[in-house]
Design a protein around this ligand. Structure first.
Ligand code: SF4
Length: 454
């Protein structure tokens, strides 16, 4: 075992936590279903969103050019970053130029992808994540385990213990209202002292040259309206042509993400505040390579709602940290091997290929097909383990020869009931816990091949 399987094995060792995590995410999935069912034109919205995204991707350079003209006219300063290092260097350059020592950040998966926090901290800048979940994982020196629910792997009791240790809250307290109030008081101080605020971007609008940030906690709004310097980091795939197009995505995003009808805050930034500065850093970091790949191009349509994670039976039972990539779950398993096919070779196999991810995706990304295609790419590149490749070749041979298939099937049916119980209920079978079949009757070879009377 290596990669995802090895990390998942550690996670599933705590059976009770796995069930709790599974149920917590399924709860969100059910909320999403209720919201989707409440919008009669839901499927039309998904089709429209997919169409807008694919159209925009086909004219990406044109739309960014249009955005640039409008944004610059609005007083926004634009920066272009080819990769993660350049992104970090640009952000640090802006902060250093203004003598910033305290930065508050709202949730941004792009900065996670680029490793911005450690880069700035190594250079003497304090970074405080102000999204509650992000802040909790920051206090634990962990990465988010989910793109929308960064601390979903933690129970309220874990957070109570953490706050007791770090903030001095009451020992044993696990009341969410009490803990949230303690976090709010602490973060309020950090927000007041910050010299700059950094946000991600949910959508950039070519027509207006503005950016849109969707949050539920209002931390992005406070973090960008108190300090005079706002830096917003955006991946090149996040642009939409017009404000009317934005309407389609706003209706889909919160419903798909958390099962809410709309995000609590959808904030448009069309220019800097009076006397302030707004910098937008536009980041490629491998996206144009993905755009050139016809098979995987659709993965750039992702609006980072997290719905594919909430529904994925493997994600729900293995936890986000098992993926060891900034974006976990089905979409991360497509994106990560593009970044490093050897390091992330196990991820496309962390899927049952049930297709539930594609069914819930608000922009109709064919995730299960992409995962299947990525398995083939990795296998051709010999990035998968030699044992797996040999097993797949053997399986391919068996499945393509009818007589061999029949004999193998008969032998298997004979062998399985005779396997020791320890093998049948061992750790390899952990995924099936809770849905074990009744014990198989021991049958002779004669019984197995005997035809039942018509
Ligand atoms: S792939 Fe689809 S479902 Fe998954 S996070 Fe992206 S938009 Fe949401």
């Amino acid at each position: 075992m290596n990669g995802h399987a090895a990390k998942a094995a550690c996670y599933v060792a705590d059976d009770a936590r796995v069930h709790w995590h599974d149920e917590a995410l399924w709860f969100v999935r059910v909320k999403r279903d209720r919201q989707a069912a409440s919008v009669p034109e839901w499927e039309e919205l998904r089709t429209a969103a997919a169409g807008i995204k694919m159209h925009t991707l086909s004219r990406l350079a044109d739309y960014w050019e249009e955005f640039e003209k409008k944004a610059v006219a609005n007083g926004i300063r634009l920066h272009w970053a080819a990769d993660a290092h350049e992104h970090n260097r640009i952000v640090h350059g802006i902060l250093a130029q203004q003598g910033v020592k305290h930065l508050v950040k709202s949730k941004s998966m792009l900065t996670e992808e680029c490793g911005l926090n450690p880069y700035l901290e190594e250079r003497g800048i304090e970074v405080v994540d102000t999204d509650l979940g992000e802040w909790i994982v920051q206090l634990r020196h962990e990465h988010p385990s989910h793109i929308v629910l960064p601390a979903i792997h933690l129970k309220k009791e874990d957070i109570g213990e953490l706050f007791h240790e770090k903030l001095g809250t009451r020992a044993g307290a696990s009341d969410p209202v009490y803990l949230t109030e303690a976090a709010r008081k602490h973060l309020r101080g950090r927000l007041m002292n910050a010299e700059a605020g950094l946000t991600g971007v949910n959508f950039a609008i070519a027509e207006t040259g503005g950016i849109v940030v969707c949050t539920n906690e209002g931390n992005a709004d406070m973090g960008t309206s108190l300090p005079p310097l706002h830096i917003a980091c955006v991946g090149v795939e996040k642009i939409v042509p017009t404000t009317a197009d934005l309407g389609v995505f706003v209706r889909l995003l919160a419903r798909s993400a958390t099962g809410q009808p709309v995000s609590t805050y959808t904030t448009h930034f069309n220019g800097p505040m009076d006397g302030g500065e707004l910098h937008v850093v536009i980041v490629d970091n491998g996206r144009s390579r993905l755009l050139a790949d016809e098979t995987f191009r659709r993965s750039l349509c992702c609006i980072r709602c997290g719905a594919c994670m909430n529904t994925c039976p493997v994600f729900r039972r293995s936890g986000g940290h098992s993926y060891a990539y900034a974006i976990p779950g089905p979409i991360g398993s497509v994106l990560a091997p593009h970044r490093d096919p050897n390091e992330f070779a196990s991820l496309p196999f962390a899927s049952s290929l049930c297709g539930s991810c594609a069914d819930v995706c608000p922009v109709q990304i064919d995730l299960s097909h992409q995962l299947y295609a990525m398995r083939q790419v990795l296998s051709r590149r010999r990035a998968t383990p030699a044992g797996k490749r040999a097993a797949m070749r053997l399986l391919g041979f068996v499945l393509s020869h009818r007589r061999v298939y029949t004999i193998a099937g008969t032998l298997l049916r004979l062998a399985v009931p005779r396997l020791p119980r320890s093998v049948m209920s061992g750790s390899w079978n952990t995924w099936g816990k809770g849905r074990e079949l009744p014990p198989m009757p021991r049958k002779s070879f004669r019984d197995l091949i005997r035809k039942e009377p018509e």
